[in-house]
Ligand binder design. Structure first.
Ligand code: HEC
Ligand code: HEC
Length: 158
């Protein structure tokens, strides 16, 4: 009699455990739909995009909300929204980066035939900062400082 009672208790405890495990274990959830892709392939797997977003964030030293807006009503991030200009800037940067790689790094060698293709990515320029300043090395500033018109300006007399 005692053993039978214990067996029933044991079985019911196991059932409760089994049910709660089933309830808390991750369901085979559909990943969120990607609805506003303009530069990534439309059929990019969610985990690939998510990884890319982590790499961008780290390269720029920012969090998701640097580029992505929050929905004021729901209080949740609205990743598909294009409300923030930084998101548009990032798309332009992505296209620029792809173009640089295609034009100058696609071959096994660079355009001068010297270097093996490694290409560039966001971190090549950003190095963990969102707004890399265009600088010329200190020692080349000379007595007059940087060239008038900034580093991109043509040399004087041109
Ligand atoms: C430097 C800017 C930037 C950062 C930082 C960033 N994203 Fe993005 N994200 C973008 C851009 C640009 C797109 C759109 C890509 C396209 O048009 O193909 C995008 C698209 C997405 C999408 C797809 C939305 C849809 O349905 O179209 C998701 C989801 C997303 N990002 C999540 C994240 C998460 C999570 C983080 C933080 C870990 C993050 N992003 C950080 C720029 C950024
Ligand atoms: C060839 C160098 C280079 C590469 C590669 C590059 N960036 Fe940039 N990025 C810059 C510079 C320089 C600026 C600042 C431009 C300025 O002076 O306003 C900038 C600005 C930005 C901004 C605007 C920041 C702001 O404060 O509004 C975003 C967003 C951005 N980059 C995202 C990216 C992402 C994402 C990638 C990779 C897909 C990338 N960049 C690759 C050089 C680069």
């Amino acid at each position: 009699m005692y053993f039978k009672k214990q067996l029933i208790v044991t079985v019911s405890v196991l059932t409760v455990i089994a049910l709660s495990v089933a309830a808390t274990s991750p369901q085979q959830q559909e990943p969120p739909k990607l609805v506003n892709l303009k530069v990534f392939p439309k059929n990019i797997p969610y985990r690939v995009l998510d990884h890319e977003m982590d790499v961008w964030s780290a390269s720029l030293g920012v969090r998701c909300n640097f580029c992505h807006a929050r929905n004021d009503q729901t209080g949740k991030m609205d990743f598909a929204s294009d409300a923030k200009p930084e998101k548009t800037a990032a798309r332009h940067m992505f296209l620029m980066t792809a173009k640089i790689n295609k034009k100058f790094f696609q071959a096994k060698k660079d355009t001068l035939g010297m270097v093996l293709a490694t290409g560039v990515n966001c971190n090549t320029c950003h190095h963990g900062v969102s707004h890399p300043e265009v600088k010329i090395p200190e020692e080349h500033h000379g007595p007059g400082g940087p060239p008038p018109g900034g580093p991109g300006a043509p040399p004087p007399g041109k």
